[in-house]
Design a binder for this molecule. Structure first.
Ligand code: KIV
Length: 264
């Protein structure tokens, strides 16, 4: 089992589709580790794990705690820690907080939500030996200021802006780009215009790989289902079925049996 590196990820462009999934703890990181290329400790944990309405309350301490848990569980996949809202508001904060990730966890890279105003931060981090994934398009940390989760790339101006941010991310040294909530045709143009892998979420099938939030993909989070999510497992339904069985076995006195008890 060879540890996946940023070099390996870059080499997959045009060769193999890449698979990224989120994880927030050692248990699931360990299950996913063998099969995926990258594990993202996403700030989506604030919603799917912590039950909040958006990701904005994620903190550096929280991300570091969960990144350590994921690093304890995963030995092979490349691990990416998401930089939470407010942690990269200027170059100095971005470097200080990214250095925390490298010094306090074994994460291989950080992910930064980028727009044309903060794209310079990537070069500063890369120049200081931090590996960076640039997250562009629909950036959930902008959802409150933009008034919702807005799909990007519908207008010519947005298309041009996205292509320019993607190119700048590549030129600044990002080793990978996550494109979220972008019209498929524009995601394809972005993918074809850069020489680093582009991982899509809600960005169609032409990207170099896909990322999903694990609790969406496996049916544990069912409050809403974005159009781009495919449920590969009915997690909640199956857990509830097993839970019913557990409850009924306890209530009927059938659990624990003699074999499940210490008799001597
Ligand atoms: O926080 C997260 O899980 C993410 C993915 C949706 C890309 O940013």
């Amino acid at each position: 089992m060879k540890k996946i590196t940023t070099k390996f990820i870059k080499e997959q462009k045009g060769v193999n589709k890449l698979v990224m999934i989120t994880a927030y703890d050692a248990l699931f990181a360990n299950i996913f580790d063998e099969k995926v290329d990258m594990i993202l400790v996403g700030d989506s944990l604030e919603m799917s794990f912590n039950g909040r309405d958006d990701t904005l309350k994620a903190s550096m301490d929280g991300m570091i705690y969960h990144t350590n848990a994921v690093c304890n569980g995963a030995k092979k996949a490349l691990i990416i820690a998401d930089m939470p809202f407010g942690s990269v508001i200027n170059k100095d904060e971005a470097l200080k907080n990214s250095l925390r990730v490298y010094k306090e966890t074994k994460a291989d890279a950080v992910k930064v939500e980028c727009n044309s105003a903060n794209i310079d931060i990537i070069k500063y981090l890369v120049d200081n030996q931090i590996a960076v994934v640039a997250h562009i398009g629909l950036t959930p940390q902008s959802s409150r200021s933009e008034g919702g989760y807005l799909i990007k790339g519908r207008s010519e101006a947005e298309k041009i802006e996205l292509l320019s941010i993607a190119k700048k991310a590549e030129n600044s040294g990002a080793f990978c780009i996550v494109v979220e909530g972008v019209i498929s045709e524009v995601a394809k143009l972005i993918t074809n215009s850069v020489n680093i892998p582009v991982i899509g979420i809600g960005a169609g099938a032409s990207t170099d790989g896909q990322v999903l939030v694990w609790s969406d993909a496996f049916g544990f989070f069912d409050e809403f289902k974005p159009k781009f999510v495919r449920r590969f497992f009915n997690g909640k339904e199956l857990i509830l079925k097993a839970l019913d069985e557990y409850v009924s076995e306890v209530k009927s006195g059938n659990f624990p049996s003699q074999n499940e008890s210490y008799n001597k």
